[in-house]
Design a protein around this ligand. Structure first.
Ligand code: URA
Length: 260
């Protein structure tokens, strides 16, 4: 169906927009409408691209987790690790993302925060936690004197995610995707060497502590990757459930007390 945009009344236009939103369309990429059914007939399908990574990799190394571990362990510092993550060819999320979102904040901070995966804003900016949830995270950290943009290592935080690429429609990362990116996260924590880790949300808690059920786990110190780990509810959850902010405040005070 083609229809001149000028024919539409406000309600119809809003309903059509809402329908596209329901289908998962998250952004407009052109001003003029395109009939993609016509385009499909007119444009020849591209020839399949040979998987050079798989072709040049010996059979013994084609296990993505083993390959991730080898690449991560070979990285001598955080810059090299960031390059290794960006070059890792086996996670299909990489193909749909604009940017590899590696980290933000100060690498020698005492506190390292681990989230789930970038959302739309993070994918665009190439930095973790810059959207609404990230802004809330910044305010939460500021409430106990911490910040990602301070030069003072005592007050600084370092932030990353379990997954460095935005999953489509912000779906949860799959267990196989987490498993193949985990060796990079482990090396990331090793190289950043914080005093303690804060995991926000179930995906990060599962990756670092091996447990889920964040509303039950939150507020109690655990041990993961050789460090004390505080599980907290994800700031996106706190935006949807403001009542849970009271518990998050108690968790923040725990962190503050531990840093003293
Ligand atoms: N949610 C996350 O878990 N990480 C981000 O970087 C942004 C939103």
């Amino acid at each position: 169906m083609t229809r001149d945009a000028c024919d539409l009344d406000w309600e119809t236009a809003a309903a059509m927009l809402a329908w596209q939103f329901d289908l998962g369309v998250t952004e407009g990429i052109g001003d003029a409408p395109l009939n993609r059914y016509e385009l499909e007939a007119a444009v020849p399908k591209p020839a399949p691209v040979p998987d050079t990574a798989a072709a040049s990799t010996p059979a013994a190394e084609s296990d993505p987790v083993a390959e991730a571990r080898a690449m991560a362990q070979a990285a001598p510092d955080l810059d090299a690790l960031a390059e290794a993550v960006a070059a890792f060819p086996h996670c299909e999320l990489r193909r749909g993302a604009r940017n590899t979102v590696f980290s933000d904040g100060r690498a020698n901070a005492r506190v390292m925060i681990i989230g789930e995966a970038p959302g739309r804003e993070e994918d665009q900016a190439g930095r973790p936690f810059v959207g609404r949830a990230g802004q809330l995270l910044d305010r939460m950290l500021a409430a106990i004197g911490l910040a990602r943009d301070t030069p003072d290592p005592q007050r600084a935080v370092y932030i990353t995610n379990v997954i460095p690429w935005r999953p489509p429609q912000n779906r949860d990362p799959r267990p196989d995707e987490v498993a193949m990116m985990l060796p990079f996260l482990e090396r990331h924590v090793e190289l950043a060497a914080p005093d303690l880790v804060v995991v926000v949300g179930n995906i990060a808690a599962k990756a670092v502590l091996g447990q889920t059920g964040i509303t039950r786990l939150r507020g109690t110190w655990g041990q993961g990757l050789g460090l004390p780990v505080m599980p907290m509810c994800h700031p996106a959850y706190l935006l949807r459930n403001p009542i849970a902010k009271r518990e998050a405040w108690a968790d923040l005070l725990e962190i503050q007390a531990r840093l003293r």
